[in-house]
Ligand binder design. Structure first.
Ligand code: NAP
Length: 461
């Protein structure tokens, strides 16, 4: 039996790895999700068989309740609310590891004969720390993202020294727990400190930086699960936890790199405050406006078009009407592609998901490194609800908070049309000098409504 269980765990682990690999490409992402879900089902089934459970009723009732909530939430959630949902998932993942570690500790310390061995004791302490921090940290991230508490960084004097003192306190209480497993007072101290640390480390981070923090917390939830795998002696939990831990940290790194931020800079907080960028104090940007009709005429006369989608496209849900715009252009033999910035929108792959939802073929979506050289030879660039990812200050203004961030070279195209509602700023809270460039025209209005009108004009031409 035991060998069969280990084979089932091995198959689950392979399914997780193949699933993650497939998630790396939009085209195979759905398949990747199914592979991972099947892997998880197999791991749960194999684990249930190994346990000495007399009645499965409670377990099935819990699976039914949890599964129904998950199904309902995943059907209901809006695309722009996915980061909040992931924050909750991470938080509950951390809480599960935290709860398992504590129950194992309190069970084993009931009698001296069953006291945890050293590997077990260290795993419990690590799991309580990471699980607790992940749980409360994710809850704060969720509340900030959802606007239930202020998204601004909440800071106070002595915050970082206090975190350091708490961390040292945790290490001391951890050593004391290890040395006196039977005394619950030290474990209680560990619980309180880990929960507090989660709150205190996420509070000073601005709401807009939350997606990076969520990716990091995702990694933590994997590490907590991995530590719990050691507590339970469960190989598949160790493998799955390590996979989540490693992929979360890689994603965090990719996001930081694309935003030109260091992880320390994100974690020390403060960036989410509205930054009065230097351009805001500089000369006022004088823009040229364009109307719907003239926009349609520019499309009519272009032979190549690049669309730069951004967060505003997601807010306006303009992806479907952009597909119609693409169809109108392709009817006229206009070369039509999308230039995708790695951090456009508010979550990794945000634009890819939205455009795929509108049935836009994957080969039309070109990543930044591959498309940037094509801008100078492009007749018309349409920037839809994007701002920071096309801000030339990232190249030209060393004082700018986004200086050094790789951007899409939209400003180098022959003509750029920017569709947004106003002169409102983007995530970084700074002016965009592109809007005042001689080759740039502003098409003001909600992206969906405005592009719908442009498509209407093109249909009549
Ligand atoms: P952005 O810089 O945040 O700008 C979005 C623009 O969309 C705003 O200036 C806004 O201007 C416009 N907008 C909002 N609603 C609109 C609507 N209904 N119709 C038309 N326009 C609308 O977006 P971005 O260029 O996509 O850049 C993403 C930013 O988020 C980057 O700074 C990135 O570092 C950051 N970020 C990304 C991630 C990620 O994983 N993708 C994670 C964390 C942070 P108006 O108000 O004038 O309309």
């Amino acid at each position: 039996m035991s060998i069969l269980i280990q084979i089932a765990y091995l198959i689950s682990s392979i399914l997780f790895i193949v699933g993650i690999k497939k998630l790396g490409k939009t085209k195979s992402a759905r398949e990747g999700n199914i592979y991972s879900a099947v892997g998880m089902l197999l791991a749960i089934a194999a684990t249930l068989v190994t346990l000495d459970i007399l009645s499965f009723v409670e377990i099935f009732v819990c699976i039914l309740i949890g599964g129904s909530i998950g199904l309902y939430v995943s059907q209901k959630v809006e695309m722009t609310k996915i980061p909040e949902m992931v924050a909750l998932f991470n938080g509950f993942g951390g809480l599960a590891s935290f709860a398992v570690a504590l129950s194992d500790y309190f069970l084993k310390t009931q009698s001296v004969d069953t006291y945890p061995d050293s590997v077990n004791a260290v795993s419990i302490i690590v799991s309580v720390l990471i699980g607790g921090v992940t749980f409360t940290g994710s809850m704060i991230a969720y509340l900030k993202l959802d606007g239930k508490i202020s998204g601004s960084p909440i800071t106070f004097k002595g915050q970082h020294p206090l975190n350091l003192i708490l961390l040292i306190g945790f290490v001391v209480a951890g050593v004391l727990t290890y040395m006196n497993p039977g005394d619950p007072i030290f474990m209680i101290a560990l619980i309180v400190i880990s929960l507090l640390l989660g709150v205190l480390t996420v509070m000073p981070i601005g709401g807009a930086d939350m997606p990076v923090v969520i990716s990091l917390l995702n990694s933590y939830s994997g590490m907590a699960a991995c530590a719990t795998g050691f507590i339970l002696n469960n190989n598949v939990l160790i493998v799955a936890g390590s996979l989540v831990g490693a992929s979360g940290i890689i994603l965090t790194q990719i996001m930081c790199k694309a935003m030109n931020r260091s992880l320390t800079n994100v974690l020390l907080g403060g960036f989410g405050q509205t930054v009065a960028g230097p351009a805001a104090d500089g000369p006022q940007i004088i823009v040229k406006e364009i109307g719907v009709e003239e926009t349609a005429m520019l499309f009519e006369s272009a032979s190549s078009v690049l669309v730069v989608p951004g967060y505003g496209m997601a807010v306006a849900q303009a992806q479907h009407v952009i597909r119609e715009l693409m169809e109108q252009c392709e009817k006229r033999n206009i070369d039509f592609k999308f230039a995708i910035h790695p951090v456009a929108g508010r979550m990794p792959g945000h634009m890819n998901v939205l455009l795929a939802e509108a049935n836009i073929s994957y080969d039309k979506l070109i990543e930044m490194e591959s498309i940037n050289d094509e801008f100078p030879n492009t007749d018309l660039v349409l920037v839809v609800g994007a701002n920071d990812v096309v801000n030339p200050a990232a190249r030209t203004n060393p004082e700018s908070p986004i200086y050094g961030m790789p951007i899409l070279n939209a400003d180098k195209a022959k003509t750029v049309i920017v569709c947004k509602r106003s002169m409102g700023k983007g995530y970084a809270g700074i002016e965009n000098e592109l809007f005042g460039y001689p080759n740039c025209l502003m098409l003001f209005g909600d992206a969906k409504q405005t592009i719908t009108k442009v498509v209407g004009e093109l249909k009549e031409m």
